[in-house]
Design a protein around this ligand. Structure first.
Ligand SMILES: [Mg+2]
Length: 234
């Protein structure tokens, strides 16, 4: 029996190209002006401090504001999963969503699968390397309308990296459920491996362009998985 489904975003609920072709370029374009305009705000100051510390540790270099911006733009290019970058991107993307410069992409099957799990009494949550704020925006302003009501929890890299077993252990503790009653869905084999090592069930979603894993059961859509899951109320 599955009591909870934990979902990855990129490549699972959402086209991986949405983030890379829409959100990343938008954040790169707006980051320099945003950081300069908001450099006195605590959240931005904290992120910049974190960038400075990382570069000091890794390269023994001291950064000023322009240096931080250059590093952040480089990280966007590399898709580095640094919490400071994710937080700043979350703030910038908020403006874009609120001003309707774009809507969050979700595959056609997503809304119905969430509804069906919801009816079955299965809890739902997100675990993505995008910040919690960015996750909420994507689902609040999605192409299928506001989907945030379906989710009880949003996890980002504050609980740890997606390929580390310990991250999934922290999520299990937070959800307070037996790990085997939690199903993690992702397109990435290494993430599924880590989740399984923490005792969760893990299945792969294979969208167009996904590299299929030989180690995990795979499904083309969330609806296809949903049909196979038995929730507490069914
Ligand atoms: Mg993914």
């Amino acid at each position: 029996m599955i009591r909870y489904v934990l979902l990855d975003i990129e490549g699972t609920t959402t086209d991986i190209h949405f983030v890379h072709k829409v959100l990343f370029p938008y954040s790169a374009l707006h980051l320099p002006a945003y950081v300069k305009a908001h450099s006195q705000e605590p959240v931005v100051q904290e992120a910049l401090q974190s960038v400075k510390e990382t570069i000091q540790q890794e390269e023994n270099r001291l950064l000023d504001l322009e240096g931080c911006i250059a590093v952040l733009l480089g990280w966007i290019e590399q898709d580095r999963k640094h919490t400071a970058l994710k937080q700043l991107q979350g703030l910038i993307w908020k403006t874009g969503f609120e001003q309707m410069h774009y809507r969050g992409h979700v595959y056609d099957d997503v809304q119905r699968a969430l509804q069906n799990w919801n009816v079955k009494g299965v809890g739902l949550g997100i675990y993505s390397s995008g910040s919690v704020q960015a996750q909420k925006l994507l689902f609040a302003y999605s192409e299928a309308g506001d989907l945030t009501r379906f989710f009880s929890h949003f996890f980002d890299t504050q609980v740890g990296a997606k390929r580390e077993v310990e991250s999934y252990r922290r999520i299990v503790t937070e959800l307070n459920l037996p790990p085997l009653e939690i199903l993690f869905l992702s397109d990435v084999e290494a993430e599924l491996d880590a989740a399984r090592l923490a005792g969760l069930q893990a299945k792969q979603i294979v969208r167009e362009g996904t590299l299929p894993s030989a180690k995990h059961d795979s499904f083309p859509t969330l609806l296809a998985v949903e049909k196979t899951t038995t929730g507490p109320r069914s």
